[in-house]
Design a protein. Sequence first.
Length: 381
Amino acid sequence: MKSTVVLGVTGFALIAVTYGMARFSWGLMLPAVTRDIPFSPRMAGVLSACSFAAYCLSVTAASRLAERFGPKLPAAAAAGCAAIGLLLLALSSGPVMLAAGLFIAGTGPGLASPSLAAAVSQRVEEKKQPQVNTIINAGTGCGIILSVPILLYLPGGWRAACVVFAACALACLIPVIRSLPGEGIRRDGEKQCWRETLVQRPLIRLVIIAFVSGMASAGWWSFGPEILQHHSGVDADTTSLLWLVSGGAGIAGALTGPVASLIGMNPVYRLSQLFMAAPLLLLAFLHHFSWWLLPAVALCGVGYITLSGVLLVYGASATKAAPASGVGVVFFTLAAGQVAGSLVFGTLYSSAGAVIALTLFAALGGVVMLVLPQGNDGSGR
């Protein structure tokens, strides 16, 4: 029991740093960064895509590393890459350095998720694995909560904040090395390659869902603060508060496992898609501050963290012999969708405006809500 708690806390902290600070803090930093280093909305989309592209590459490598060498190595690398990328961001003087920093920092979360899923499969009894996985996954919300006051009140602005985030990432190294297993997964049968994992029937639908969901999520997580300030007319301090609300609400994603045990995983999945899509429509047609923004951004946070938890559980369950591979496949396609979504949204926002971009991305969420993942028991429950 004690080892399960230690693993859960360590995983929660690593996800908080790699996702909440090294990945999603970029959206909040973006307005301040563009004031110091001017670039167009289209370039903002390219920069965001660098982070997502790095995630795609690293999530593939993490699955193989975790299964061969154990979860400890890629998890430690996740903390190290997050720290290096954040320090490079702090020193950036132009878009090229920003892109490099975002790329390196973006490898951190990609290395973290499959590694932690593998660690949970090795150290936690099977019936408790979905709950532990979703609790760990909710660390993203905690990371966002911590990043907001640091960005808002720390002297030195976003550059100093990146240094603090890097220090937090390095601090995760000790518990990761101490608590995560260092041995790989031993199999009696023949090893299953990445391609064989990908074409398994339960994963095909998950891949489609993850890609489209990733596209839809990029509207908020890559451009949320930008939209709030330049489309909805919200000031910088209120934008930071709303980002804090969004991240804080995401911690509710830790309840994914218990709620799913009551109503089923597919209803939770549908709710998460609805929570992500509906607020985008509100943002599209809101040109001033409204108190409706508070529940809207909260739903964005709850929806995304819950959805990623649902996909994590389905991915691990679909490949029980190699859970890191299942999680890797699903999170790879989720990130690939975010790469495409960042580029498409940035282009639409620059050429057609926020209303069209937000409406189309809300429609994506509405469409994919109709495509249910296959139930673990085949019932679709």
